[in-house]
Design a protein around this ligand. Structure first.
Ligand code: SF4
Length: 444
């Protein structure tokens, strides 16, 4: 049997796209290989948001040459941002790559593979890439793209150039896909998009739906026990979405609000269309209406012209917003983005200094915030049982461990252990709260 291997870089949309590529290849009778070297078809789903991911592809040539010497029939395919970027000269820069395809062209992959491999292959027929049901990492947690592209043109970002303008799937399309997964055992649904709260898909009556409407429709699906979404844009956050958090039983009390900077001057240069003050007002609205909600964010340090005062404003905003988690990026200019023309004037060492200060602040706040869970009961979806520890996420997005073994007992990994089963949502009493983990025991 022919084998495939997919390597994915970048955001959750890319992870979701890779799940569709895997599903397509399995419909062609390929099976997943554990290592790249064993595969007949290697697919790289690339990201251009950060230079680091592109460098990993550019640095793969030697490895590919060795693998192709050992398996001359190996086919290397590249998709994702580096292809969508257009104008990237693969033939000259990466001649080992046999196939490139825009993710929207996924239905054409079987034809391209058959031609390159010179063999007959099973040809699944799909007209649209979003109609391919993804092969998910487990059956109880699924990600469903509700839209592709972005209209926002934040000055540091190239997504509108790689994924194009916003295109929302219809409500019926999304609901049908979720129902198919629920039949197979899905409990947790992550709604995905570059800017989910500007979702404007078509309803059954031909009118446009809002994101809040979609959340209500997903809530109605019997079998869905948890609803999550990422990422919304703070400028598009509406009261009806906040209200949905307050009223929908299955919508998890956690939200990712990417602020990017706490300086209104930097936010203006980033084209974000909100200020430090309006962002903090939004955070307060969430805390007031949904007590206990956890909020995570993205912050870029060292953006063009970011002064020490701008950075202090970011730290001040961070303290006031009391985020639970931040994904920190050090600014790197991306060709084609609007900021590429600005001066990248913060030295690398200074970006690193700001990164470490912000990182230390998030650890301090996260540890403090986690303490509120001690002796409280939370609900955990078990997604791993390994070395005698069951683990998973709580409804607030906290990573939780449930130790199941005493030190004298042998370790175990598998699907069911000591009354706990993968995919089960259990009530846990928290006994210990560390910076990044809560530990507790199952209670009834
Ligand atoms: S909202 Fe801004 S950061 Fe997010 S994908 Fe669109 S342009 Fe990029």
């Amino acid at each position: 049997m022919r084998k495939y291997h997919i390597t994915t870089y970048g955001c959750q949309m890319n992870v979701s796209d890779s799940e569709r590529i895997a599903s397509m290849l399995e419909a062609m009778n390929f099976t997943a290989s554990k290592t790249e070297a064993e595969a007949d078809v290697l697919i790289y789903n690339t990201c251009s948001v950060r230079q680091k991911s592109e460098n990993r592809i550019l640095g793969s040539r030697e490895k590919w040459q060795v693998m192709k010497q050992n398996n001359p029939n190996m086919v290397i395919g590249v998709t994702g941002c580096m292809v969508a970027h257009k104008g990237y000269d693969f033939q000259r820069k990466l001649p080992e790559v046999d196939i490139t395809f825009d993710i929207q062209e996924l239905p054409q992959l079987p034809g391209k593979l058959a031609k390159t491999m010179g063999v007959d292959l099973v040809m699944p027929e799909y007209s649209e890439y979003l109609h391919i049901l993804p092969k998910t990492k487990n059956k109880f947690q699924i990600s469903v793209p509700i839209m592709t592209g972005c209209n926002n043109f934040c000055s540091f970002c190239i997504v509108p150039f790689t994924r194009g303008r916003e295109k929302s799937r219809t409500v019926a399309d999304i609901i049908t896909e979720i129902k198919k997964f629920v039949k197979k055992g899905a409990k947790e649904v992550m709604l995905l998009g570059q800017n989910v709260n500007s979702y404007r898909g078509m309803k059954d009556d031909g009118k446009q739906a809002t994101f809040a409407y979609l959340l209500h429709k997903v809530e109605e699906i019997s079998g869905v026990e948890r609803i999550l979404y990422t990422s919304p844009h703070p400028k598009d956050m509406t009261d009806d979405v906040i209200e949905a958090h307050a009223t929908l039983k299955n919508l998890c009390p956690t939200v990712h609000l990417p602020v990017q900077s706490g300086s209104s001057a930097v936010l203006r240069r980033m084209n974000r269309f909100y200020t430090k003050e309006s962002f903090l007002d939004l955070v307060q609205k969430f805390y007031d209406r949904v007590p206990g909600i956890t909020i995570s964010t993205d912050i870029i340090v060292g953006f063009c012209g970011e002064t020490e005062q701008d950075f202090q404003d970011t730290l001040d905003l961070y303290r006031k917003a009391q985020f639970d988690l931040v994904y920190i990026g050090m600014y790197s200019p991306r060709p084609h983005s609007l900021a590429y023309k600005m001066k990248d004037d913060i030295p690398r060492k200074e970006k690193e200094r700001r990164f470490h200060i912000l990182h230390a602040l998030q650890e301090e706040i996260a540890e403090e915030k986690n303490k509120i869970y001690i002796n409280k009961k939370i609900h955990v979806l078990i997604d791993k049982i390994k070395n005698g520890v069951a683990s998973g996420r709580s409804e607030h997005g906290k990573y939780v461990e449930i130790p199941l073994l005493r030190s004298s007992e042998t370790s175990f990994e598998g699907r069911v252990f000591k009354g706990l089963e993968l995919g089960e949502i259990v009530t846990v009493k928290v006994n210990e709260a560390l910076t990044w983990v809560l530990r507790g025991e199952k209670v009834s």
